[in-house]
Structures are given as structure tokens and as C-alpha cells.
Ligand binder design. Structure first.
Ligand SMILES: *Cc1c(COP(=O)(O)O)cnc(C)c1O
Length: 360
């Protein structure tokens, strides 16, 4: 067996221990004589799996009792529609456009009501987070929407926007569980699992209870109502059962690492190694404003497309894979999620130093 260092933005690296445990339980989950993949979601064994996953997530994030945790499907993209369909009581929402995913969410919301772009960083290719301390929040906005960590561009909101009392909705797909978070500041926190948590196919929604109601836009399908899932413990229909099981294992792994404060510290150490190198390199440079740098996704360029391509190719041959930047921006991007070991980042930097020496 030979494992690579996988810098993919998602689906992405998972903790090796979690994969090994899942492998060991593949044919016989804890004496049930079957795989979790073969198990009824209505069985006692599965109920325990989903209950423990929720309890561990609540403990990790210190989720207040007046929030529901939902394990859904449809990816982050489905939330782009579910959020407005469930929350647009006045038919108005404010969006802060800091990248492609925020833009997609904003465009989707326009189908359902008046979605205002109240700030944007498109003028500098989304390389920074706009000042959100005093934005023109709409009087009747049902919510203010952000993408908290911009996976493609490598920026992160280090200060949440001043929503002037309006409900904050955040897509945290690529920074989920990377640091402690004060859940009470948000109405909804959601993210796809395939970036920093588990396999693709699960999206986790943490939603304040007062935002869950039957009062949704006319025509909202049963499956797209938060209430349907909240009333049925995420099991109105068959949930993404195996994915939730793996997410549950990752939650236990995170607890073993010391929880989210320890993860943040580890993530800061990892990111610093790469950013420090980029800041002194004569060949490579980071592409975003320093104050807005993400700890999870680190885009960088040489400034020469052919050299970028050569780097990506040689890196892959050396066992550092998926370093090519998003097709919309080019260059390189190293996604260094929770499960990326610090050795992976150290060795990547050593490889970059070698590359710089040989191609300078
Ligand atoms: C990957 C990503 C998405 C899209 O996720 P899907 O699960 O493919 O719909 C949305 N938002 C962010 C921040 C992402 O990183």
C-alpha cells in the first residue's frame, strides 16, 4: 500500500485511522454480521450510529440546545435553494459575494425573492474579504448570507459581518470543524462533508429552531423543508447512512485530537509553514491578502503558467497530488484540511524549495 499526500479541495483527505477502522468493520460491524452499508437505517445499531454522531458533533461545536443538527443530502448546492425557500418570509435577503460559491448561492436565491449583493470582492478576483462592519443591510432582509471560507480563492472571514441584528447564514463547507465556533452567532451553519469532515453525499445543517417552520415558500417540496428533517431526526427517508457513519468516526477522531481548539492550533502551525515559505520565496507567491488568508485552502502561483504546470506535474510524480488550482483561477492550491498531517506540509515545502532551486 502506498498513500500519497492528497491536497485535494474535496472530496479530500480523511484521517488514516478513520479509514482503517471503517475497513476493519467493513464486513462485520460490531458483531452485527453485516456492513453498515447493508444495514437498515431503522435498526437499533444504526440509530446508535447517527445518535452518537450528532452527540459528538454537539459536544465538539458546543451547539446550544435550541439548534437542530440535520444530516441531509444534495450537497451545499441544495442549500443554495433550501435557505431562501425556507427563510425568505419577506422575500428579501442580502448576500456578500466573496467567491464562486457565494455567487452561486446568490444567483439561486434570485429565483425565490429579492437577493441583494451588498458587498463583493470580485473587483480583485476575490483575493480579499470586504469590510463588513457597516454594510447597507436591507431593512426587511430575512437573512444575511456569507461563504465563510472561500475554497477556491483561499480567503476566510476572520470577523463575521455586522448583520445589524439580521440572521446570519453561513456556508462553512471548507472550514467546518477547523476551529472553535460560537454557534449562537448564526441562524444557520451548513456545509458539505466532503471537504473537511467525511465522504461526499452528506451535508450537515445546524439550524436555530425558530427558523424551522411550515411557513415556507409555496411549492417548496417536502424534502426541501427543514421541518421535514428536523421532525424526523434526519430520517424522514433513507439518510446517507454510510457517509454519516464515517462522519461520526471523524468526530470521534477530532475529540481524540483534543477537540476544535487543538485542531485550530494544529491548523495554524501547518498553514504557517506554507505561508512562511511563500512569503520568502522568489519563485512562488500566495495570491490573497495576508489578513484574509484561509488556514484550509492555500492558493499560490509562480507567475508563469508553464512553470505552474511543470510544478504540478513534478509534484504529482513525487507523491503530492491534486495541487492544481481551480479551473477558474489556475495556478496551484494546497488544501490542508484537518486530516492533512503536518509532515505532508513540511515535505511539500521541501519539495517546493528543491523545485525553486532547480528552476530558478
Ligand atoms: C465545494 C463547495 C461547495 C459545493 O459543494 P457541493 O457539495 O458540490 O454542492 C459549496 N460551497 C463551498 C464553500 C464549497 O467548498
Amino acid at each position: 500500500m502506498s498513500r500519497v499526500y492528497n491536497f485535494s479541495a474535496g472530496p479530500a483527505v480523511l484521517p488514516e485511522e478513520v479509514l482503517q477502522e471503517a475497513a476493519a468493520e467493513m464486513l462485520d460491524y460490531q458483531g452485527t454480521g453485516m456492513s453498515v452499508m447493508e444495514m437498515s437505517h431503522r435498526s437499533k445499531a444504526y440509530q446508535r450510529i447517527i445518535d452518537e454522531a450528532e452527540a459528538d458533533l454537539r459536544e465538539l461545536m458546543n451547539i446550544p440546545d435550541n439548534y437542530k443538527v440535520l444530516f441531509l443530502q444534495g450537497g451545499a448546492h441544495q442549500q443554495f435553494a433550501m435557505v431562501p425557500m425556507n427563510l425568505m418570509k419577506n422575500g428579501v435577503a442580502d448576500y456578500i459575494i466573496t467567491g464562486q460559491w457565494a455567487k452561486r448561492a446568490w444567483q439561486e436565491a434570485q429565483k425565490y425573492g429579492k437577493a441583494n449583493a451588498i458587498a463583493s470582492s470580485v473587483d480583485k478576483t476575490f483575493s480579499y474579504i470586504p469590510d463588513c462592519s457597516d454594510l447597507p443591510i436591507s431593512e426587511d432582509a430575512d437573512y444575511v448570507y456569507i461563504c465563510e471560507n472561500n475554497t477556491i480563492y483561499g480567503t476566510k472571514f476572520w470577523d463575521l459581518p455586522n448583520t445589524k441584528g439580521k440572521t446570519l447564514v453561513a456556508d462553512v463547507s471548507s472550514c467546518f470543524l477547523s476551529e472553535p465556533v460560537d454557534v449562537s452567532k448564526y441562524g444557520i451553519i451548513y456545509g458539505g462533508a466532503q471537504k473537511n469532515i467525511g465522504p461526499a453525499g452528506v451535508v450537515i445543517v445546524i439550524i436555530r429552531e425558530d427558523l424551522i417552520s411550515e411557513d415556507v415558500l409555496p411549492g417548496t417540496p417536502t424534502m426541501l423543508q427543514y421541518k421535514t428533517h428536523a421532525d424526523n431526526g434526519s430520517m424522514y427517508n433513507t439518510p446517507p447512512a454510510y457517509g454519516i457513519y464515517v462522519c461520526g468516526k471523524v468526530f470521534k477522531w477530532l475529540k481524540k485530537q483534543g477537540g476544535l481548539a487543538a485542531m485550530k492550533e494544529y491548523n495554524e502551525r501547518k498553514a504557517k509553514i506554507l505561508y512562511d515559505f511563500l512569503d520568502q520565496s522568489k519563485m512562488f507567491r500566495g495570491t490573497v491578502e495576508k489578513k484574509d488568508r484561509s488556514l484550509m485552502n492555500v492558493p499560490f502561483v509562480t507567475g508563469d503558467k508553464d512553470l505552474d504546470a511543470k510544478f504540478v506535474k513534478e509534484a504529482e510524480a513525487a507523491g503530492f497530488v491534486n495541487l492544481k488550482g481551480h479551473r477558474s483561477v489556475g495556478g496551484m492550491r494546497a488544501s490542508i484540511y484537518n486530516a492533512m498531517p503536518i509532515e505532508g506540509v513540511r515535505k511539500l515545502v521541501e519539495f517546493m524549495q528543491e523545485f525553486e532551486k532547480n528552476n530558478g
